[in-house]
Design a protein around this ligand. Structure first.
Ligand SMILES: C[C@H](O)[C@H](O)[C@H]1CNC2=NC(N)=NC(=O)C2=N1
Length: 98
């Protein structure tokens, strides 16, 4: 397994521009975003697509789903915090909505 580095300060400072829809997760070195859909069917379809992205990137979300709401938190367990992998997955997830 390649060593995964935590985000460097410049990349951290750029998060607001790179992934503007994501916020820092409370008390964690992680980013979170909440998605709301019309109903469970839409939410589940979104989760299925995120799951495929996660498998493709070998980078997996921490997530909860309540009916039409999906909350996703991204952090890199192998790095003990945020890494470029989290930014990449967040961008890929956002692109599912376009
Ligand atoms: C063996 C496997 O490649 C690693 O465990 C991957 C899987 N998915 C992962 N997902 C996340 N979020 N962090 C990781 O460190 C991670 N590591």
């Amino acid at each position: 397994m390649a060593v995964v580095e935590k985000l460097d300060p410049e990349s951290r400072a750029a998060l607001g521009r790179e992934v503007p829809q994501w916020r820092m997760a409370d008390g964690r070195d992680a980013i979170s975003r909440t998605f709301k859909f019309a109903d469970f069917n839409e939410a589940w379809g979104f989760m299925a697509r995120v799951a495929m992205l996660a498998e493709k990137q070998d980078h997996h979300p921490e997530w909860t789903n309540v009916w039409n709401k999906v909350e996703i938190t991204l952090s890199t367990h192998d790095a003990g915090g945020l890494s470029e992998r989290d930014v990449a997955l967040a961008k890929a997830i956002d692109s599912l909505l376009k």
